[in-house]
Design a protein around this ligand. Structure first.
Ligand SMILES: CC(C)(COP(=O)(O)OP(=O)(O)OC[C@H]1O[C@@H](n2cnc3c(N)ncnc32)[C@H](O)[C@@H]1OP(=O)(O)O)[C@@H](O)C(=O)NCCC(=O)NCCS
Length: 211
């Protein structure tokens, strides 16, 4: 049971990261497949994400999951709010019985640094001490910080769930607090102030939002 990271946020909300070492058969015996996934590794990621939901809350009703037009999975009666993410050999999920949630997991890669001008505003470049300029400046960059900021915005996007978000303009990252591993955020689409939580592991970034 390779649970890589588990966090009981409070009595209502739990989070888990699974390192996928099992075969597809293991998950298939436990979880229904909810959408056609052609690529074998993506299918494994999808199954592992679903598996985590019941790992976190054993009474999680997989069979009731529906998929919105935005592709966000949800439970119609909102018995649980949940969010799933996968990357490489990792799957992450957060489940709450009373709050909306969003989660994202990323492996830092050069590409995220190369496109950061697309998802970070000039003000954010300044606030987080990043050098703007796209492709030319990435040769000696450390991708951990741009990946963290990207992951933070993806978590907000998933928490919101209705799609149509301008990452650069509408998800405004304001301040990073390294001590508490949080980032203050203003989401202008619905005028909410959010706290994004994060963890940085060796070669892996995790971000989540509960509100
Ligand atoms: C939908 C999206 C969030 C998926 O992210 P990803 O990094 O490709 O994949 P992840 O593994 O992190 O997440 C996939 C999971 O997110 C969930 N998901 C899919 N669409 C979602 C949505 N609209 N809202 C919330 N969750 C969603 C699903 O659970 C999915 O996994 P599953 O199909 O196996 O259940 C992403 O592709 C996306 O559209 N992001 C917004 C991009 C954007 O607008 N960028 C503009 C600025 S550059």
């Amino acid at each position: 049971m390779p649970i890589f990271f588990q966090h009981q946020i409070n009595e209502n909300t739990r989070l888990g990261v699974w390192k996928i070492e099992e075969t597809e058969e293991f998950f298939k015996g436990n979880v229904p497949l909810h959408r056609e996934v052609t690529h074998p590794h993506k299918r494994l990621q999808h199954l592992a994400g679903r598996f985590l939901l019941q790992f976190l809350f054993p009474d999680f009703p997989y069979q009731l999951i529906e998929i919105a037009d935005t592709r966000k999975p949800f439970l119609p009666d909102e018995q649980y709010h949940f969010s799933i993410s996968h990357c490489g050999d990792f799957a992450a999920a957060i489940v709450s019985n009373n709050k909306r949630v969003g989660i994202d997991i990323e492996i830092p890669v050069e590409k995220i640094g190369r496109i950061m001008y697309k998802y970070l505003s000039a003000k954010e470049h300044e606030l987080f001490n990043l050098i703007p300029g796209g492709e030319n400046n990435t040769a000696e960059m450390n991708y951990d910080e741009p990946t963290l900021l990207w992951s933070a915005k993806e978590a907000v996007f998933k928490w919101y769930g209705n799609g149509g978000v301008d990452f650069r303009r509408q998800i405004q990252l304001l301040k990073q607090h390294e001590g508490t591993e949080t980032i203050d955020c203003f989401f202008s689409k619905d005028e909410s102030e959010l706290t994004i939580h994060y963890r940085q592991f060796e070669g892996l970034v995790l971000a989540w939002v509960i509100s």
